[in-house]
Design a binder for this molecule. Structure first.
Ligand code: SF4
Length: 403
């Protein structure tokens, strides 16, 4: 019972970071504060929020599962400028032992309350010691309790390579939050974190191990995915800086996802007087990052302004298409997959549907596209040809025809 009270205490003060949610802007309606090692906190006075155990509905693969998102401790010896859990801040701290956490999560799992655990921690006694406690918790869950649920484990800043490998054997997903796009920007956000040695290197180890070792010793025979998060607008970093790093992470380290959290100031922290970042900026960064991950776009193709930012008022894919496709529309009956993915309104599923439909016959009408599930006709029509003709959207939305 005492452990449940502790979990409620932790959950009252935090909503953990977006890690498995559906939305590209997860939790932002209810939570905008970036917290320890990337957690996202509710707006306003968190003490007035109704306690819960930190159980959220999370998307894992193509299933939605109840997941408890929590921490081994809300105490921390570091002093990240944006974080309410930073050392020295007046805040009631809560700590659970690995056995205690593992037992309680397993009880919830057996009772059908949760089918996933996202586990993070503040840092006490250094990153290595804290990582060992996270690993102990995961080990007890998997080995002693035979826990088969989803496990998203945090890698602490400064963790060693062998600890990363051990985490890879126990978890389904690992996250190491870079917070900033480079060492200079990180120094303005979290001066006691080292960008390359403590944060980037562990992410590199994950991919190196995935590429060079077989997952024999993992709990399920597979290597875990890896993700990270950036605080957006906590310093004067540009979108170009953030996306340069995000592009590297997707192309070289094969990250599953880069998360972005618009900065929001927290009382009694060094950044309390800094303005909150526009959530639309975060949204555009997600769109651009998905263009890297799923659509084959390069960094150089993003429509950066002279100041190195994405336009806030336009989707980056649409901006690219206006410049490159408006006068050179793509013939949907001949285009390769990578060309189809360049068209606004056509995603990976739409491209696959078009390629499959072409094997059965010629696409002649916009209604042919609608019939195979490509629904965003108004968006794509200025940039495509069907049988050599530009499709015309009739003002009557139910009537589509070609010029
Ligand atoms: S390491 Fe930084 S971000 Fe993580 S809990 Fe400590 S102060 Fe917060």
């Amino acid at each position: 019972m005492e452990t449940i009270i502790k979990l409620e205490e932790i959950a009252t003060h935090m909503h953990l970071e977006p890690a498995e949610e559906v939305s590209p802007r997860p939790l932002l309606d209810e939570a905008t504060h970036v917290a320890p090692c990337g957690q996202v906190l509710p707006k306003g006075d968190t003490s007035s929020k109704k306690p819960s155990l930190g159980i959220h509905q999370a998307v894992v693969g193509n299933k939605t599962v109840p997941m408890i998102k929590t921490m081994l401790t809300t105490a921390c010896e570091r002093n990240c400028f944006y974080c309410p859990f930073r050392a020295g801040r007046n805040y009631r701290r809560t700590t659970l032992k690995p056995e205690e956490m593992a037992q309680t999560v397993n009880d919830m799992y057996r009772a059908g309350m949760v089918n996933g655990l996202f586990l993070s921690s503040g840092i006490i006694g250094g990153g290595v010691k804290t990582q060992n406690k996270l690993l102990d918790t995961a080990d007890i869950l998997r080995k002693k309790h035979q826990y088969r649920g989803f496990l998203h484990l945090k890698i602490m800043p400064g963790a060693e390579k062998e600890q990363v490998r051990r985490a890879m054997e126990l978890a389904d997903r690992l996250s190491i939050n870079l917070e900033a796009p480079n060492d200079k920007r990180l120094a303005a956000l979290a001066p006691r974190k080292e960008f390359v040695a403590e944060l980037l290197r562990p992410l590199q180890w994950v991919e190196e191990i995935r590429q060079t070792e077989r997952p024999f010793a993992t709990w399920n025979g597979r290597w875990p995915s890896s993700v990270t998060q950036f605080v957006v607008g906590g310093t004067d970093e540009t979108d170009l800086e953030i996306l340069t790093t995000a592009h590297y992470l997707y192309s070289q380290l094969k990250l599953g996802r880069t998360y972005f959290s618009a900065f929001s100031p927290i009382r009694d922290t060094p950044l309390e007087n800094r303005h909150a970042e526009d959530p639309q900026r975060e949204h555009r960064l997600y769109q651009a990052s998905f263009l890297f991950r799923d659509y084959g776009f390069d960094l150089e193709e993003m429509p950066f302004t002279q100041r190195g930012h994405l336009p806030l008022d336009e989707d980056p894919k649409l901006a690219w298409a206006r410049e490159h496709l408006a006068d050179r529309p793509i013939e949907l009956n001949r285009a390769e997959r990578r060309e189809l993915l360049r068209v606004p309104g056509i995603g990976p599923q739409g491209a696959a549907a078009i390629l499959a439909a072409r094997r059965r016959g010629v696409l002649r009408e916009l209604t042919d596209l609608q019939a195979i599930g490509v629904r965003n006709i108004r968006r794509l029509s200025p940039f495509v040809l069907l049988g050599g003709k530009r499709p015309l959207i009739n003002p009557n939305p139910n009537q589509l025809r070609l010029l």
